[in-house]
Design a protein. Structure first.
Ligand SMILES: [Zn+2]
Length: 135
């Protein structure tokens, strides 16, 4: 079996992943009050996003192989190609949503209550304006 054929065959199994993300892309309201759980969620979402990125790479490779076959005049790849492109587009949208969610969870650095500048951890006074830092 040729290399191209292998990738094209693999592409037939792509794009049909289980929707097990449990509301990640559903925009469910999350009631996270504790910082630690927020960080945990942040880490988990980052991990999900990396998995999706790998899936995206596989999909794109599959699309490439199928497209090549199609352009080389091979029959019967049109459907497969169309299906994979559609599901890749869905994946792209899900990734975008996930990225937005991650951005909203990104831990903000502490800032000075007086001048608003970012504060390095552990200091007792703002290094910009000298204001005492209240925890
Ligand atoms: Zn300050």
């Amino acid at each position: 079996m040729s290399f191209i054929q292998k990738i094209a065959d693999g592409a037939k199994h792509l794009g049909s992943r289980a929707r097990d993300l449990g509301g990640i892309a559903g925009g469910k309201a999350r009631d996270i009050t504790k910082k630690s759980s927020e960080l945990l969620e942040y880490t988990r979402l980052r991990h999900e996003l990396r998995k999706m990125e790998r899936e995206m790479e596989n999909n794109l490779a599959g699309i490439g192989a199928l497209y090549y076959q199609q352009q080389s005049g091979q029959d019967g790849v049109d459907e497969e190609l169309k299906r994979l492109i559609e599901s890749t587009r869905e994946l792209e949208l899900e990734m975008k949503e996930l990225e937005e969610q991650i951005a909203s969870l990104q831990p903000a650095p502490p800032s000075c209550s007086d001048c608003g500048k970012d504060l390095p951890d552990g200091g007792k006074y703002c290094s910009y304006c000298g204001k005492k830092i209240v925890e």
